[in-house]
Each structure stands twice: as C-alpha cells, then as structure tokens.
Design a binder for this molecule. Structure first.
Ligand code: MTE
Ligand code: MOS
Length: 745
C-alpha cells in the first residue's frame, strides 16, 4: 500500500465516471414524484417600464407579488431583484416564472408570455456610462509619487486606449436547481453552485425563512468558472419560490439560450493610459484608467474591480503612478465572476503599455519586461522578481525562443500573405479572496469503526479536482490510502457559513480545514493507541494503513484502532476550521497585503496568421506555472492546459455582441465561438516549475492553480501583435479585428 499521497499524480476521483457517463450531475438525479418544471419569461428589450405581462392560459405563473420574502437576490448588500417589478434593465431579464408538470409545457408557456414594455433609451457602452458618471463601483485609486510631474519630466511620453471583451462561461452543464419543499417551510435545494451558503441565504431571503430551514446540497458541477457563484443563487431561488408557491418539487434547468441571456459574464474593460519612459525603456510614470462594464446591477463588480486594480501593474512597477479602476452601470446583463475575476483584465494593461513603448522607442519588448520587473506591488505587497524571471526564462528555453524567432523571420521573408508571430508573457497572480473575511473554511471528518473515513468540507467540486486534493490531505494525515476516504457532497447542513469555492483558494482553505479536522481525530486515536502499545502518542506513526509504535514493534491496523476507540467511547468525529493568516487591507490608504502569496507563470506562444482573412492558429504554446510543491501534479497540469485554452477563447475568438437596441445576439454556439478541440495548439507543453516551494503556512507548501494559468493565453495575443506588427490590439482579436488592424497599420 502506498501512502505517500500528497504530491502524487492521482487521477480525478470521478475521472472514469466522467468518461463513462456514470457521474451523476444534478439533472441525472431521480426526480421526486410530483416534480414540476419551471421556465423563465425574459425581457425582450434592454431598458423600459414594465406595464403588464400577458400570460398564456393553463399554467401557473409566478410574479413578484407571489414572493413571500423579499424580491432581492443581491449576493452582496441589497437591491437586486429576482423578477423585474416596474423597471426592466437588460435584455434577458427574468420577468416571471412559469411552472408546469413538464419542462416542455413550462418552456412553451415562457415563450408565449407577452410583456407590455414602454421602452426607454438603453445605455450600451462604457463610454456613455462614463460620460454621465453612472458608476456601480465608484473609482478606486492606487497612487504613488507625483505622476503629473513624472510624466512631464519623462523623456518619452506615450498614450494608449484599447478594450477587452467579456466572456460567456459556457459551462457544459447549464444553470440548474431542484427545490424540494418539506414540512414547516423547510426547503431542500439541489443546486449546481460554487456557493451553497449563498444559495441558502438567497433562497431564505426570497422565501422569508430563517437560514436553518433551507438546506443546499451539491455533489458536483459540470463546470462553474465563476458563473455559478452569484448566478446559481437566483436560479435556485426561482426554483425554490416555484416550489413554495405550488407545493411541488420544482426543477429549473435553463436552456442554453436563456442561460446566455439571463446570467452574467466576464466584465468587458475599457483602458486609457498615459506613460512616461526613459531612454532605456524604464517606465517612469503611469496614469491609467480601467473601466469595467458592470451591467445593470452590482453583483460582485466591486471585487472584480479590486482584483483588476491590484493586478494592473502585474509583475511590473513604476516610481510614479495613478491607476483608477471603476465599474459603470449599463443596460447589459449584470457581469460577474469569471476565472481570474478581473485579474486577467488588469494584467492586459501593461502588455499594451510595454508593446507600444517597445514599438515607439525602438526596443525589444523582452528587454522592457526584464527592465521593469518590480519587487513589490504599488500597494506595498512583496513580489519575487527572481521567480518571474525564472518562469519566463524556462518557458523561453522550453520553446527554444531564439530558434522560434529566427524561424518566424525566415518564414515571413518567404511568404507574402502568411505571417508567423512569437510572443511571451509572464505574470504574478495573488492568491486569497480580496475581502479578507471570506478567507475561511470548515470541514467535518468521521472515522468509522472499520477504519473507513468520511470527508465533508465546504468546497464544491466543479471539475477542478478539489475533492481528490482534499482527500489526499486527509489520507496523508491518517496514513491511509486515498480510496479509504469517502467524499461527501457539499452541504450547508454539514458545513455552515462557507465562502464560495472561488479565487482559486478551494484547496488552500478546505485542505487546511480538513487537515485540522483529521488531526483532531488522529490525536484522540493516538492517545488510545499509545495506551495499548505502551508508548507516547507523539512517537506513533500513522502509515500504510497501520498505527506503528517506535522501534519496529508491531502496531495495529488503522481499522482495529478505530474499533478500539469506539469501545473506549472516544469520539471519532471532528470539525476543522481554518482562516488565512497575515492578510490585511487598508481601504482608506489603498495599501496592504491582501494576498497570502503570489503564483508565477510564463508562456511562449507561436501563431500563424493569414493576412488575407485575418484568421490565425496558435501553432505552439509552452507554459511554465509555479504550483509550489504541487498537491497533485496531474490535476494541476489539467488545470493549466484547460485555463490556457479558455483564456485563448476569451482573447481571440469569443465575441459577445449586442445589437443597437441592446439585444444580445450571441446566444448560442452558432454565433459565439468557444475554442474547439482543433483550436488547441498542436504543440501544447505545460509544466510545473520544479523545485518550487510556497511560503511557510501554505498547505504542504503548495500553491493554488485554478485561475492563474488563464492569464498565460495573453502570450497568444502578444504573438499576434508580433505577426501583425500592430503593438496594440482590440480584444478579442477576432479575424475581423486582426484584418482591420493589418489594413490600418
Ligand atoms: N476547472 C474546471 N474543470 N471547472 C471549473 O469550473 N473553475 C475555475 C478553476 N478551475 C473551474 C476550474 C475557477 S473560476 C476557480 S476560482 C477555481 O477552479 C476554483 O476551484 P479551486 O479554488 O479549488 O481551484
Ligand atoms: Mo473563480 S472566477 O473565483 O469562481
């Protein structure tokens, strides 16, 4: 039996069942007898006054007046409605819930609903909202030095403006919830959610019940990517409301079209900047504005803006700067968390600045990167430029940078219409929730008398491999094989008051909480074993399924000891709790150390561009990501590859499009292009930085991996800058935009 478990490349606990189809997602659960189905009637216009709603006969329609609690689904604060009352604020906004015994009947009824809306002019651009000062998140500023004076004194001054688009999550499993009413106002909600506790709170608020009457459960999600943090909550609340009103169990599964219309996306950003450089290409001053399109309501835009702001300088620095970030209110669907949570948008700023500076000052962008690396962020947290240099150098060595550049040059000399380009990227990504109090987690560990273990924690499994990682931690503590650890669905009844599984902190937080729970049980078991084996508890080893005293004496099997503990009436169950130490933030001064540590990553990408059509392919990508001492290298590599391809989609092909009336017209895969298997670069080499070790206090010295590698796709954009010869590109760099960029060069 091999029990050196943490650090091993074990496969995802559900890998085989994912492949065979045996893994049960919410819609695969048997429906309770009498289950009804819900569908949403959505607004056909972006902005207007709701005068009435004509509904088809013969189905149950649920309107704001039917809400027993509050018509309020805000994840933070108050004032975001589940169903529009008088004001309609975006195309696709839910107006009513239609409930019927079959899903088809509910969908037909929703499609037949005819709202009467007096239209108002919609606000559809970041510029328009900035002009009227319509902010969801007022400007937050990080400043240092006298930026005006530094700009005025700089030998070279540059300005830039560009934008990055949003992104639809396109989780394979759409938003879904099943609400089962019980006695006395109880509600059991199965939800595909990253945040069971928030589902509990929002359902309770809408139903007007105390939290204890609502139980939320989730075994797994078919992908979340941030899209099932706040948005899963209102979907579940709609199902629970319908269940309360009808008395039936109610399932709400959004169609892909409704999902894309009614749920939030990654925030699009508009960037405006002014920079001063010296002759050597050192950044002397930077004055930048980052404005996010928050959509019609706040949701989590405050957090997204904060992360964009804290990542706007990425791993670089400037002696004088002022970076302002805000989110404006528009008549778009309310934008939300998406892998990276504003960090990827923040890090785009310096790429534009450095590439423009390189072009204008006649420098190589690679030398500008190295020249401008910083050893601390503008808000005062320490960075490790040596690690940035290392990941970048290793990615370049893996890709054979010089050979790649030379080959691209000779290829381009021979081909009149095809062009190759090569680009690099490196980044520092902060790990922790930006809001300090969210950095906490709980776990519950039972040992049964046969020595098998049940593990529950507050994190959700969305494909990222959290459950296997936390199981590895618990198996390690008990010296048991990972198969001895049974994985429980996430439930608010078992672990209360949790944070979302988000900000890449899932394994850090829940791993430590589970570690604490397992250690508490192990300590009690060790007391019992020590008495029987005549040694001290501290001298015992839990190894290979055994508990062993010192000196090579025979110990006992773990299961035997569990039974012994039970006979001696010693508890074999414990909760564990963890809160991240050391993090702090002073919002008045905009200074602090909001992150527990940074992860570093770098990439090199090579593209081939057709200058006649604007189409391109990424031919190769070499990625190096610092995962510290990885808990599970197989899982981490999968995360790096997946995040990179998802990032490529965001930056190159996925374009959300609204018509002049503010109707979203990209509501399915026919009009919205996510990467397919053939968009994956034929050469995709990802690896973990070797010999790396996270700071003391990190879980087995590992580092988080969920979001950071998404940023590495920026290397593809940089390769496209190289191929087009255009240093500043609008994003996503679709064929259309690239063609225009080449024409206007
Ligand atoms: N990987 C898969 N397969 N599916 C997902 O939905 N979500 C990402 C990332 N990796 C996601 C994923 C996002 S947005 C985050 S924040 C992290 O996983 C959350 O999980 P973790 O904290 O356990 O890494
Ligand atoms: Mo991830 S965007 O923090 O769910």
């Amino acid at each position: 039996m091999n029990t050196a478990i943490v650090g091993h490349a074990l496969r995802h606990d559900s890998a085989l069942r994912h492949a065979s189809g045996e893994a049960r997602f919410l819609d695969d659960l048997p429906e309770p007898a009498g289950t009804w189905h819900a569908a949403l009637a959505l607004s056909p216009v972006a902005h207007g006054r709701l005068r009435g709603l004509d509904l088809p006969e013969g189905v149950r329609a649920i309107l704001p007046a039917d809400i027993p609690g509050q018509n309020d689904i805000a994840p933070i604060g108050h004032g975001e409605v589940l169903l529009a009352e008088t004001l309609v604020e975006h195309h696709g906004q839910p107006l009513a819930i239609l409930v019927a015994p079959t899903r088809d009947a509910a969908l037909r009824a929703a499609a037949a609903a005819r709202p009467r809306i007096e239209t108002l002019p919609p606000v559809l651009s970041i510029e328009a909202a900035l002009e009227t000062g319509s902010f969801l998140v007022p400007p937050q500023i990080i400043a240092e030095g006298d930026v005006e004076a530094a700009l005025a004194a700089a030998p070279h001054r540059l300005t830039g403006e560009f934008r990055a688009g949003g992104q639809e999550h396109f989780y394979l499993e759409g938003q879904i919830a099943l609400a089962i009413p019980g006695e006395e106002g109880e509600m059991l909600v199965h939800s595909s959610t990253q945040h069971p506790t928030e589902v509990q709170h929002v359902v309770a608020r809408v139903l007007g019940e105390p939290y204890h009457r609502v139980t939320v459960q989730c075994r797994r999600l078919g992908g979340g990517f941030g899209g099932k943090e706040s948005n899963a909550s209102w979907v579940a609340a709609a199902a629970a409301l319908a269940a309360r009103v009808t008395g039936h169990p109610v399932k709400l599964r959004l169609s892909r079209r409704a999902d894309m219309a009614a749920t939030g996306k990654r925030h699009p950003f508009l960037y405006r900047w002014q920079a001063g450089f010296d002759e050597e290409g050192r950044l002397l001053a930077l004055d930048a504005t980052l404005a996010a399109d928050g959509g019609h309501s706040l949701d989590m835009s405050g957090g997204v803006v904060f992360r964009a702001l804290t990542h706007a300088l990425n791993c670089y620095g400037a002696p004088a700067l002022r970076v302002l970030a805000c989110a404006v209110k528009t008549n778009h669907v309310s934008n939300t968390a998406f892998r990276g949570f504003g960090g990827p948008q923040g890090a785009l700023l310096m790429e534009d600045v450095l590439h423009r500076a390189a072009a204008q000052l006649g420098h190589d962008v690679e030398s500008l990167r190295l020249r401008n690396l910083a050893d601390r962020t503008p808000y005062g947290q320490r960075l490790e430029p040596a690690l940035t240099r290392r990941v970048l150098a290793e990615a370049k060595a893996d890709a054979e940078w010089d050979r790649l550049r030379a080959e691209a040059a000779s290829f381009n000399a021979e081909h009149p219409t095809l062009r190759k380009g090569v680009g690099s990227f490196c980044c520092a990504f902060g790990i922790a929730f930006g809001i300090p109090h969210l950095n906490q987690a709980g776990a519950l560990v039972h040992v049964y008398t046969d020595g098998s273990i049940r593990l529950a924690h507050g994190g959700t499994e969305m494909g990222q491999g959290l459950f296997i990682k936390v199981a590895q931690v618990v198996a390690e503590v008990f010296g048991m094989p990972v198969e001895a650890v049974g994985l429980a669905p996430t439930s608010t009844a078992e672990i209360p008051n949790t944070s979302a599984t988000a900000a890449s902190t899932g394994s850090d937080l829940n791993g430590w909480a589970a570690h604490a729970a397992a250690m508490a049980v192990r300590d009690r078991m060790a007391e019992v074993a020590a008495r029987h084996l005549r040694c001290t508890p501290e001298s015992l080893r839990f190894e290979d399924g055994h508990v062993l005293p010192p000196g090579g004496n025979e110990g006992m099997r773990f299961g035997e000891l569990a039974k012994l503990c039970w006979r001696e009436r010693v508890s074999l169950s414990a909760t564990g709790f963890y809160r991240t130490p050391d993090i702090h933030w002073d919002a008045g001064r905009m200074r602090g150390e909001p992150f527990f540590y940074f992860t570093y990553g770098a990439a090199v990408a090579e593209v081939l561009l057709d200058t006649l059509t604007g189409e391109h392919r990424c031919l190769s990508a070499h990625l190096v990501q610092d995962c510290g001492r990885s808990l599970n290298p197989a899982i981490d590599l999968g995360q790096i590859e997946g995040a990179f391809v998802q990032g490529m989609g965001w930056l190159t092909s996925e374009e959300l499009w609204w018509d002049g009336d503010g109707r979203q017209r990209t509501l399915g895969p026919s009009t919205y292009k996510i990467p397919g298997s053939r968009d994956v670069p034929p050469v995709l080499r990802a690896r973990l930085l070797e010999g790396s070790e996270a700071r003391a206090g990190a879980l087995f010295r590992s580092k988080a991996v969920g979001e950071p590698p998404l940023l590495l796709a920026t290397a593809v954009v940089n390769a496209l800058r190289d191929a087009t010869g255009v240093p500043s590109l609008g994003l996503p760099a679709t064929a259309e935009r690239l063609l225009a960029a080449i024409r206007n060069r």
